[in-house]
Design a protein around this ligand. Structure first.
Ligand code: RFL
Ligand code: PHB
Length: 388
C-alpha cells in the first residue's frame, strides 16, 4: 500500500510524538511509525526530570495540563560526599527550577494526544534520503507499505534504522563508553528527601530521585556485568544506605521494588544531524549518561529547532532554517555532553586510583565553598539557553 504525508517520523518515543503534535498544531501533516506496541513504549521507565524549556515546549504541544498538576517543582538538589551535604540552590542561583515528572507519564500524555501513529511496524527502512522523493518502506501484519514524504525525521533512538541508513563516510561518530552502569529501582515508598540527592561515595555513586510523594526512584552505580538477579531488594537497600551520609541513610524507607533494571552509561554524538532529507533527532543522534538528566531535554530541544524549521519551510518556502538545523542543535548537544560527562566524572567511582578520588573531593569542596562554582553547575543543570 502506498500513502503520503509531509513529514514521515520514525519512532514514537518522546521525540517523535512531540514533533508530530507540534507540526500538527502548525498545520503540517505527519505520520509516526513505531516498531513496538504502545503498551511496551509506555512501560519503559526512564527519565524523571524536565528543564523549564522542555516544560514550555510540552505546553506548546498541548500536553501540559496533567504535567503541571502532577509534576513536582524542584528549586534545588543535594550533593552528598562522605558525611557532607551541599545544596545546589537552582532557583536562587539561576532564577529557574526543574520539574520532576516521569517520562512514562509524558509518553502517555503524548500518545493520547497523537493521531497518526502506526504501532508495531517491522523491517522499516528509509529510502531515497539523498534525493527529492524520500520514502519509508515497512511491513505491518505481513503486508508491505510505502510512506512517501517530503522529509524524514529519524526519532528512533540509539539503535534505530535512521542513523544506520546514512552512508558511513557522510557521518562522524564520537563515543565514550563508561566502565560502569546504573542499577535502577522503582518502589512505592516516600522519597528519602524532598529534593534529589546525588551521592559520591567510595563504594560508588548513588542517586535518590522520585516520581511522586509516594513513589521513589533510586539508582546505584554498578559494574557493567552486574545482573539484576544478583540484586534482591534487601541487598539494594543495604548498599544504598551505605553510600549515603549516615543521617540521611537512617531515614531511608524501604519496600518491595516494582521495577529493577540496569542501564549502561555512554556519551555519543553523531555529526552532522542531517543527511539529505533525513534529520536525526534525540537519542538517534546523541546519548548522554543520565547523571545530568539531559537526554530527554536534549531530545526536546532538537524537536524545537526542527519543528520551527519545518514550519518555516512550509509557510515561507525557505530552507534556511532546515539548513541550519544540524549546527544549531549540535551547539546545544555538545554543551550538554560536556556537562553530563563532567558531572558523571565528578560523582562516580572511576577507578581504584586514590589520586582521582582526591581530585573529586577537592572539586566537591570547591563547589560547596564557591557560589561561582555552584552557579556554573546550576546553570547547566537547569538547561543552558538556546544558541542564537
Ligand atoms: P527513545 O525514547 O529511545 O524512542 C525511540 C523510539 O523509536 C523506536 N524505534 C523504531 N521504530 C521504528 N522502526 C525502527 N527501526 C525503530 N528503532 C527504534 C523505539 O522503539 C522507541 O519507541 O528516543 P527519543 O524519543 O529520542 O527520547 C530520548 C529519551 O528517551 C532519553 O534521552 C531519556 O530517557 C534519557 N534519560 C533521561 N533524560 C532526561 O532528560 N532526564 C532524566 O532524568 C533522564 N533519566 C534517562 C534517564 C535514560 C535512562 N536510560 C534507561 C537510558 C534515566 C535512565 C535510566
Ligand atoms: C530519574 O528520576 O530517573 C532521574 C533523575 C535525575 C537524573 C537521572 C534520572 O539525573
Amino acid at each position: 500500500m502506498i500513502a503520503s504525508t509531509q513529514v514521515g517520523i520514525i519512532g514514537a518515543g518522546p521525540s517523535g510524538l512531540l514533533l508530530s503534535l507540534l507540526l500538527r498544531r502548525n498545520g503540517v501533516d505527519s505520520v509516526v511509525l513505531e516498531r513496538r506496541s504502545r503498551e511496551y513504549v509506555e512501560g519503559r521507565i526512564r527519565a524523571g526530570l524536565l528543564e523549564s524549556a522542555t516544560v514550555e515546549l510540552l505546553r506548546e504541544a498541548g500536553v501540559g495540563t496533567r504535567m503541571l498538576q502532577e509534576g513536582l517543582v524542584h528549586d534545588g538538589f543535594e550533593l552528598a560526599f562522605g558525611e557532607r551535604l551541599h545544596r545546589i540552590a537552582l532557583k536562587e542561583l539561576t532564577g529557574k527550577s526543574v520539574l520532576v515528572y516521569g517520562q512514562t507519564e509524558i509518553q502517555r500524555d503524548l500518545a493520547c494526544a497523537a493521531e497518526q501513529v502506526v504501532w508495531e511496524v517491522d523491517n522499516l527502512r528509509p529510502h531515497g534520503i539523498d534525493g527529492n522523493e524520500p520514502r519509508i518502506i515497512y511491513t505491518k501484519d505481513g503486508a508491505t507499505h510505502e510512506l512517501r514524504c517530503d522529509f524524514i525525521a529519524g526519532c528512533d533512538g540509539f539503535h534505530g534504522a535512521s542513523r544506520a541508513s546514512i552512508p558511513v563516510n557522510r557521518i562522524r561518530l564520537f563515543e565514550q563508553v563508561y566502565p560502569f552502569g546504573w542499577l535502577g529501582v522503582l518502589a512505592d515508598v516516600p522519597p528519602l528527601h524532598h529534593e534529589l540527592v546525588y551521592a559520591n561515595h567510595a563504594r560508588g555513586f548513588a542517586l535518590c530521585s522520585m516520581r511522586s510523594a509516594t513513589r521513589s526512584r533510586y539508582y546505584l552505580q554498578c559494574p557493567l556485568d552486574a545482573d539484576v538477579k544478583d540484586w534482591p531488594d534487601d541487598r539494594f537497600w543495604e548498599e544504598l544506605t551505605a553510600r549515603l551520609p549516615r543521617a540521611l541513610g537512617a531515614r531511608l524507607q524501604t519496600g518491595a521494588s516494582i521495577e529493577k533494571s540496569i542501564a549502561p552509561l555512554r556519551s555519543f554524538v553523531a555529526e552532522p544531524m542531517r543527511f539529505g532529507r533525513l534529520f536525526l533527532v534525540g537519542d538517534a543522534a546523541h546519548i548522554v549518561p543520565p547523571t545530568g538528566a539531559k537526554g530527554l531535554n536534549l531530545a526536546a530541544a532538537d524537536v524545537r529547532v526542527l519543528f520551527t524549521a519545518l514550519v518555516d519551510h512550509y509557510r515561507a518556502g525557505s530552507s534556511q532554517l532546515l539548513d541550519e538545523y544540524s549546527a544549531r542543535a549540535l551547539a546545544r548537544v555538545w554543551r550538554a555532553t560536556r556537562f553530563s560527562w563532567a558531572f558523571t566524572t565528578l560523582m562516580h567511582r572511576l577507578s581504584d586510583d586514590p589520586f582521582a578520588q582526591r581530585l573529586q573531593l577537592a572539586e566537591l569542596e570547591y563547589l560547596a565553598e564557591s557560589r561561582a562554582a555552584s552557579t556554573a553547575m546550576a546553570e547547566n543543570y537547569v538547561g543552558l539557553p538556546f544558541p542564537k
